[in-house]
Design a protein around this ligand. Sequence first.
Ligand code: FAD
Length: 484
Amino acid sequence: MNKILILFVCVLSCFIYTAESLTLPQLTAQINGKVISQSSPDFNNARFGYNYRYNRVPQVIVQPLDTASVVLALEYAQTNNLLVSVKSGGHSAIAEGVQDLRVVIDISQMKQISYDPVSNIITTQSGNKWVEVYNYTINQHQVATPGGSCPSVSVGGLTLGGGANDFSTVYGLATDNVVELEVVLANRSIVIANADSNPDLFWALRGGGHGGFGIVTKFKFNAHPVFPTYYSAWITYSWADFEDVLTFVNQFSKTMPNNVNLYFTAWRSSNATNPSVALSCFYNGPSQLGESQCGAFRNFSGIEKNTFITPTSFGVTNASYYETVKNGTDPKARSSYTSGSFLVDITKQVVNKIKTQLEKSPLTPYTFNTARLNLYWQGGEMLNKARDYNAYVHRTYPWNSVWLVSYVGQEFEETYGKWIKQTYRKFESYSSGVYQNYPDENNLDNWAEAYYMENYPRLQSIKIAYDPTNYFRFAQSIGSTSSD
Ligand SMILES: Cc1cc2nc3c(=O)[nH]c(=O)nc-3n(C[C@H](O)[C@H](O)[C@H](O)COP(=O)(O)OP(=O)(O)OC[C@H]3O[C@@H](n4cnc5c(N)ncnc54)[C@H](O)[C@@H]3O)c2cc1C
């Protein structure tokens, strides 16, 4: 009798499952957006992001145009026993938005944007690239919110992990400017997260938003007035002056006003004997005043060599912030390794180690293969908040160091992989924490501690509350201990 009952229940549940599962043709017919199957000519393009080292093949890629279609894509995945991954701009250093055999929910085509001058709030869907946001807010409304400094990075991933650009030293991180989010949860409900509604989710998504809490479809940001043009200098120096330049940059940063932003970079093209070194100095104020700060880099007294250091070139642009970003560098998508950390200080020892490490970077026959160190200044308003203000914890040390190798040619993968690992280990003891917007799965023994530090336990309990079955799971989702 019992056996008959069990059989009956099984048949019934099978029937219910089949009746409720959404088929791919049904999804394609009902969705406002696009379904890109493996046989579609667009599939190959759509599955790659910024890092070509990852060659993953998802089950299907869905590009919704509205929130209801995001829910539908999720329904398709869940009723077919599939997991999802979420992609906005595809810039994740570890290609977390595209996973093998999953349904990729690709938000990149959700681009609605508006600005309300009364509340002074910018509302944008997750798929806009930052250059598209600036084009709208700056060119049409003379306002902006801090976002990305490269044109192709998207609102979704950048904001959920922190997000800094030249405005951030005055206005804070992108995530600090978020006042509300629209989120699709694992149970397919659409919720609002802000200071009053789901405040714990609101806290978690701002800095911990890559961790698998839900799919964020819409952001509301505080807006700030912009100047018509900004002073921005791109300055290069001789490699022989490396120690003096970096030492001076670090000294200068300690007393500069908040409206100056610095970005220091040194790189070695594979066939170059010596690396190159450059500095960007940006002034967030009337552009005619920029020289009063950034002019300091034209001629300064070197500490190492006890002589005056002058640049090999000093180019100044005065342009709108939209133009600055649009015409700025947007590194090409290639195979790459990224690894970084916040430096506790840039001591003489650290300066020397950086120089030596770049000089020891691998050589290949191709100029376009590069090994690079980027030092992003993350000071001013980015640090003027408590470490638990939201899930973004890195409020203590301002120099964010990011090592990046970018290459063409699979044969170089092992060599570059070894070099980046060695580099990470060299600077580990001089560092505290890793910026979650440059995730690293090759070097971090404990990524949760590195990205979220003391905020991690709170993130874990919020994750359990909003995704109790851990449906949104992947290698570096909150709570995972190994590759899920
Ligand atoms: C060329 C380049 C320039 C950069 N410039 C800057 C910069 O100026 N400032 C800065 O702070 N950082 C910068 N970054 C780092 C950047 O912030 C991260 O790579 C960011 O995660 C990219 O977001 P994305 O949407 O483009 O990428 P994606 O790969 O699409 O997303 C990144 C992560 O966020 C998740 N995600 C994306 N959208 C959603 C969503 N809507 N809901 C839930 N999860 C989502 C993805 O699953 C993935 O884990 C840059 C990176 C690159 C490669």
